[in-house]
Design a protein. Structure first.
Length: 296
């Protein structure tokens, strides 16, 4: 089983000046500890009450932050969990993903979703279309990615975006392209798009084990309907662990075992106390050595 780290908070002792050195310490320690992937959220407001924060707490732009991570690391995969379709023009977004993949030597995921944080969008003056339109925009982005990564230049026209002569130069280094990850559990649109376009899905464990399993079952139904190999899709889960709080090594290992038995092969953890570094050391010294006892 692969374990990833998401860094959703930038509120560290020492304030703004501490963000750069603390992130360097976190990501280099995580990579040395054996974390498979590193992630950030795509937000401009902090999510209220995520770890007791308010919306005005520090938040960094995702792709700029991952560019910094790319220069600090050599092995860990990098991604946005997940990019909101409303925040960037699709052609520009594809150039950003290609750039991240090249500068990380082929370690980029392309995480994407329909976006949900209406207050954030309105606060920043960003148009926030209806749910149905945002899902159409999501499908446009996915179709553009597939078309662009299939050649060197493409003329694309979707329902909401057009790119008459978008080029794929320089091409990403990932083969055949950066892995496309779609986040969410919507049974009719999200999971159908996973089956049709994606290399990976992401499901948050806050929906509960029963609903996580239901989402996987629905994904399999879509795969069967579309002729897609269900096993070819990487199943990732997002969870939160607080090792200097309520969680223990045993409880984390138990959670990982349950997720592995459900079919998840990649679990990404938020850690509200990651800036203390000790949670990363606990994973390295006590949790990672136990993973091979139940997962290949």
């Amino acid at each position: 089983m692969n374990i990833g780290l998401q860094i959703p908070s930038f509120k560290y002792p020492g304030g703004t000046a501490a963000i750069r050195p603390k992130l360097k310490e976190i990501v280099t320690t995580a990579e040395s500890a054996g974390f498979y992937s590193l992630w950030v959220m795509d937000h401009y407001y902090q999510i209220k009450d995520l770890f007791g924060e308010t919306y005005t707490d520090p938040m960094m732009e995702s792709y700029t932050t991952l560019g910094y991570f790319a220069g600090l690391t050599e092995k860990a995969y990098l991604g946005v969990l997940v990019t909101g379709v409303i925040y960037r023009h699709p052609a520009v977004l594809m150039k950003m993903v290609n750039t991240l993949d090249i500068l990380s030597a082929g370690r980029a995921y392309f995480g994407i979703g329909a976006a949900w944080y209406e207050a954030e969008a309105k606060g920043y003056g960003i148009p926030y279309p209806s749910t149905s339109k945002r899902f159409e925009m999501l499908e446009d982005n996915l179709k553009l990615a597939k078309a662009l990564w299939g050649g060197d230049e493409v003329s694309f026209e979707g329902k909401h975006f057009a790119a008459p002569a978008i080029t794929n130069n320089p091409r990403p280094l990932s083969i055949p392209h950066p892995r496309i990850m779609i986040g969410g559990t919507g049974p009719n649109k999200t999971l159908r798009m996973v089956a049709q376009y994606a290399d990976a899905c992401n499901i948050g464990d806050w929906v509960g084990t029963e609903n996580m399993q239901k989402a996987l079952d629905t994904l399999k139904e879509h795969c069967d309907s579309l002729g897609r190999d269900y096993d070819s899709i990487e199943k990732t889960a997002l969870s939160t662990v607080h090792l200097t709080g309520k969680d223990t090594v045993d409880s984390v290992i138990k959670r990982l075992k349950v997720l592995s038995e459900m079919g998840f092969s990649h679990v990404i953890f938020n850690m509200p106390d990651v800036y203390k570094i000790s949670p990363l050391e606990t994973f390295a010294n006590e949790i990672f050595p136990e993973l091979n006892t139940y997962a290949g």
